[in-house]
Design a protein around this ligand. Structure first.
Ligand code: FBP
Length: 549
């Protein structure tokens, strides 16, 4: 296989590890824990894995002999830069403890476990993928492990391969699955541990113990590079307004982080839209006012960052989507027989009056996108909704009205972009390469310590890597009850942007100036070689959050 010069050089990069994981380790146990909400229900659903203590690994002089173990690994959900380093860290951690240990990868996500599709990840295979982006070493998928039958099918292959621990690398939904599986195996006394690793570019799997999910750092740097380039183009030609939708599902962490890196003219934050109960028209008016204000000064150009999930946060849309979710879950069979050309009218006839009105007011494409299949976890596929076009069209209409009324004097020429997939498989930044390798290595230590139902946790991540704190957090601690597919289910609570958090406050303090003036920053491409202040910077989000602790 032909490799680029960067791929060849990057293969030799040795990711950094926390000092505590470099030699022999011992565990310090914290207090018993509680779930973030709905304690009684979660406790009842997870009797074997609820309330376990938070763990911290510390260096030890004691050398322990570990038996060889067979371990399985699954990459689950959307790709995120660094997944291959979690696997190489896990592989090296297992081999360091006992060279006879083996690692098996299940193919194309959780489906590989159910369908018994796997491959042994040998040293040669792992070598090929060190410090590379992508999940192609074994592939990924979104199948949800849900039924007892799925768990039993999984158990069959784990038993056959002599696997005593499974590592699930995934986001909030996949780690919820990991927790359910850990509980099931514990309850059945099958002797199989399950450990989770926090993955997702969305940055919404974080809490006091999980400072960030891997992939967020690299993906935001890739998007910020390209937005910076667009801004320079925009400031050179001075004739376009760029409407840029950014991936990230529900939370606006990616849009906010990119805004902090590039200083655009507008960045919408879905959580603020929900908090202020803004209507779609309010959002449109806000953008149009900035376009008009800049136009009055002869600046008929600018950038607008839009989080992909914004539509779900506009209260009227949120109510509509909630009803649609339940309706489509309950009437899936009947709906599948309705001709595409009749689906809109069919839905309108079934919804309550208020939601039917909102649905009817949407452009055809957006209405259709909202009625598309949910993903296996019940999420609306927001990355397929063209919000950037919806908003620019509505802004254009508003400006045309204002022009007639003599309130707007500029020209409005919009262009559209969606950045998402281009950032998910980039070669991991130094931060993600080190963080991921440490998460995997740490997962091996959790396995060797006999733990199950834990998520691999690496903290103190704005300090140099050797001062990072390694340990484990019970996954049940992150859970609450939520409505999914029309039923209440235990799930990991998503971390949305906090409006009283340091990253949002920093943005809010500067946005008026960024709107009016042209204060663009051009971050440039990720650097893998060079001075540490260029190559090892964490995200602005992480720096601001950790500074305030
Ligand atoms: P995860 O939560 O699985 O990490 O998903 C990340 C993500 O990139 C979202 O930002 C996006 O909405 C979604 O995946 C797109 O899904 P798909 O890869 O199935 O098109």
């Amino acid at each position: 296989m032909i490799k680029s010069a960067l791929q060849i050089a990057r293969a030799d990069y040795q990711p950094k590890l926390p000092k505590s994981l470099k030699g022999n380790v011992t565990i310090e146990q914290g207090e018993a824990t509680q779930s973030v909400a709905d304690q009684e229900e979660i406790k009842k659903l997870f009797p074997n894995t609820y309330g376990m203590p938070v763990l911290k690994f510390v260096e030890s002089d004691e050398k322990t002999d570990f038996p060889a173990v067979n371990v399985g690994v699954i990459l689950s959900g959307g790709q995120a830069p660094g997944g291959h380093n979690v696997i190489s860290g896990l592989f090296d951690g297992l081999k360091k403890m006992n060279d006879d240990s083996k690692l098996y990868g299940f193919i194309l996500g959780p489906a590989g476990l159910i369908n018994h599709e796997y491959k042994e990840l040998t040293a040669d295979i792992v070598e090929e993928y060190r410090n590379t982006g992508g999940f192609d070493i074994i592939g990924s998928g979104r199948t949800k492990l849900e039924t007892t039958e799925d768990f039993e099918k999984g158990y069959e292959i784990l038993k056959e391969l002599g696997i005593s621990a499974l590592v699930m690398i995934g986001g909030d939904d996949s780690n919820t699955n990991a927790c359910v599986l850990a509980e099931y195996f514990a309850q059945k006394e099958y002797g199989i541990q399950v450990i989770g690793c926090p993955k997702t570019i969305d940055g919404d799997l974080k809490n006091e113990w999980i400072e960030t999910s891997f992939g967020f750092d690299t993906a935001c740097k890739v998007y910020s590079e390209v937005i910076g380039n667009i801004q320079r183009d925009c400031n050179s030609a001075r004739k376009y307004w760029h409407f840029i939708k950014l991936m990230g599902r529900s939370a606006s962490h990616i849009a906010l982080e990119c805004a902090l890196q590039v200083q655009p003219n507008v960045c919408l934050v879905s959580e603020e839209v929900a908090e202020k109960e803004l209507s779609l028209d309010d959002v449109v008016e806000q953008i149009a006012s900035i376009v008009a204000q800049r136009g009055a000064e002869g600046n008929n150009f600018g950038t607008v960052l839009i989080p992909e999930g914004i539509i779900e946060f506009i209260p009227a849309m949120k109510r509509l989507i909630a009803e649609l979710n339940d309706f489509l879950a309950e009437n899936a069979e009947e709906f599948s027989h309705i001709k595409a050309s009749h689906q809109r009218d069919y839905i309108i006839s079934k919804l309550t009056a208020e939601n039917a009105k909102t649905y009817a007011s949407l452009p055809e494409t957006v209405a259709r996108q909202l009625s598309l299949d949910r993903d296996p976890h019940g999420n609306v596929q927001v990355s397929q909704i063209e919000t950037e076009k919806l908003l620019s069209e509505m802004v254009g209409n508003k400006l045309a009205e204002w022009k007639k009324e003599g309130k707007y004097v500029g020209n409005f020429s919009p262009l559209h972009h969606f950045f998402g997939y281009e950032g998910r498989c980039a070669a991991p930044s130094n931060f993600d390469a080190d963080y991921c390798y440490s998460l995997g290595y740490n997962a091996a230590a959790l396995i060797e310590s006999g733990k199950t139902g834990y998520m691999s946790s690496i903290r103190n991540t704005t300090a140099p890597a050797d001062q990072w704190i390694a340990g484990g957090v019970p996954i049940t601690m992150m859970m609450n009850m939520e409505r999914r597919h029309g039923e209440m289910k235990p799930v990991i609570q998503k971390a949305l942007v906090e409006l009283d958090g340091a990253p949002f406050k920093e943005f809010a303090a500067n946005r008026d100036q960024w709107a009016k003036e042209t204060c663009y920053v051009y971050p440039g491409p990720i650097q893998y070689f060079g001075p540490s202040e260029v190559c090892d910077q964490p995200t602005r989000t992480l720096s601001l959050e950790q500074k305030n602790k």
